[in-house]
Ligand binder design. Structure first.
Ligand code: AMP
Length: 456
């Protein structure tokens, strides 16, 4: 006889704990190995009990379930974790899977289904509560299609989107809504897609997508293609955000911004975005290798980023995720277009009616480069990008960012409260130091009013 699956229940409410325990104990294949009442205790008990599966609440005192999952995942790759929570937003689901969870269930799930979920993750599957299936709202789909630059000559955009999402929904209903929604294992991009693109290899990973090098077979042209994981493509807010990235990027045409030429969904439901291929290394890679850059090289990069942002701000688009990993230094770039800014995935139109599709900042934004107003969830304008650029310039000149806390929360607090550490005099000229300091002012009104004011 096989040994029962050992389960650790992590839940701060006594009543819920009792209910979960009673529900699981009905199934002989499951053994409750222990209980914990907060995330910290969960980390300790996970280490001492080595359970097969942990049922983890999200909102708990001392340490929440996301942080706890992250810590457990670092040490115990084999232990499976199911979030068992009352939070049903896409943001919460994204945070859970990003932190390493294998499954996501709502607290009202019936105990038979919960036991099925435990067995499924134990077998190595990923589980999402059936009641969390989503479909796109027609209104949003139509709005996206109307706004999209790709509708011209391609009226199938809306149909494709609707069709894809419906297909996904039907499949999910048929198989009990099990999604392999974890983003950590490489999703395998299709070898060929949309009949004309052929994948060549992985270029990099973002928070919820992967970027591949690919070839347009008919044009014999190399492109970069960003894929949104199929399982996320079927969640409304992710598909909407991805479409928004396509719509926004499609409006931009500038030598220092990787242009976007196509957008759609593959037959199996993954969203894709076709971009100009920027061959080179990201600034993050360059800094990791060389520590910091000399002032002359820095200024060459900053000037081009200034151009890119001056242009996008003139189109009322704020990037909101300026960081070294989104700056590509081109291998064979010409003098004024050796730098490409990529990833308008968090970008937003500064117009009143633009939809605000924002996901959990900790996961999708980059705390080290976030402006104080972004850290506080306040309204943003172009001066937020100026602050982020200030962080990036500081790091490129010094080799370390101005603020880096032990946790994302610490970093947020530092952006809001702490004084910017002085840049050592021998790192760069007084003029550059002054400019970086002005970009990094806490209050937007104390920074430059626009990119045009920065003088390199
Ligand atoms: P993203 O999800 O846009 O942040 O992209 C993740 C990574 O993919 C980046 O850090 C780059 O290494 C790579 N990448 C993104 N866009 C391109 C592009 N247009 N050309 C080449 N590599 C890219």
């Amino acid at each position: 006889m096989t040994a029962p699956i050992s389960v650790l229940i992590v839940e701060d409410h006594n009543l819920f704990r009792t209910g979960i325990r009673a529900g699981c104990q009905r199934d002989k294949a499951i053994h409750i190995a222990g209980e914990a009442v907060n995330g910290e205790e969960a980390v300790n008990k996970a280490a001492s009990l080595s359970p097969d599966v942990i049922l983890m609440d999200i909102a708990m005192p001392v340490m929440d379930g996301i942080q706890s999952t992250r810590l457990i995942r670092e040490k115990q790759a084999k232990t499976k974790i199911i979030m068992l929570t009352s939070q049903d937003s896409d943001e919460a689901i994204q945070s859970a899977f990003s932190s390493g969870a294998n499954g996501y269930c709502l607290k009202e799930i019936d105990s038979t289904l919960l036991c099925s979920a435990i067995k499924a993750v134990h077998r190595g599957e990923t589980w999402l509560d059936p009641s969390l299936s989503r479909t796109a709202k027609e209104s949003w789909t139509e709005a996206a299609a109307r706004e999209s630059g790709f509708t011209k000559g391609n009226s199938s955009f809306s149909q494709t989107l609707t069709k894809t999402l419906k297909v996904d929904l039907r499949n999910s209903e048929a198989n009990g809504a099990k999604y392999a929604a974890s983003m950590y294992p490489n999703r395998i991009a299709p070898k060929t897609f949309a009949e004309k693109y052929e994948c060549m290899g992985l270029l990099g990973k973002g928070g919820m997508s992967e970027v591949y090098k690919a070839k347009h077979k008919l044009l014999d042209k190399v492109v970069a293609v960003k894929f949104l994981a199929k399982q996320l493509s079927s969640l409304e807010s992710f598909a909407a955000r991805f479409a928004q990235e396509a719509i926004i990027s499609g409006k931009l045409s500038h030598p220092n911004i990787a242009s976007v030429s196509d957008f759609g969904f593959t037959d199996d439901g993954s969203g894709y975005l076709v971009m100009e291929y920027a061959e080179g290394s990201t600034l993050a890679e360059v800094l990791a290798e060389s520590g910091k850059l000399n002032e002359t090289d820095c200024l060459k990069i900053f000037r081009q980023l200034q151009d890119a942002l001056l242009y996008s701000h003139s189109k009322n688009i704020i990037h909101r995720d300026i960081k070294p990993a989104n700056v590509i230094l081109m291998k064979n770039g010409e003098r004024n277009c050796a730098v490409k800014l990529v990833d308008f995935g968090l970008a937003k139109l500064m117009t009143e009616n633009s939809p605000s599709i924002t996901l959990n900042g900790e996961i999708l934004g980059s705390p080290i480069y976030m402006s104080p107003e972004q850290c506080q969830g306040l309204e943003l304008d172009q001066r937020s990008d100026i602050y982020s650029l200030g962080c990036l310039m500081y790091e490129t000149i010094c080799g370390y960012p101005p603020f880096r806390g032990e946790t994302p929360m610490d970093t947020f607090r530092m952006h809001v409260e702490d004084e910017v550490p002085a840049i050592p005099e021998h790192f760069c000229s007084e003029k550059t130091r002054t400019m970086i300091r002005k970009c990094l002012q806490k209050r937007p009104e104390d920074r430059y009013t626009g990119m045009h004011e920065l003088e390199f």
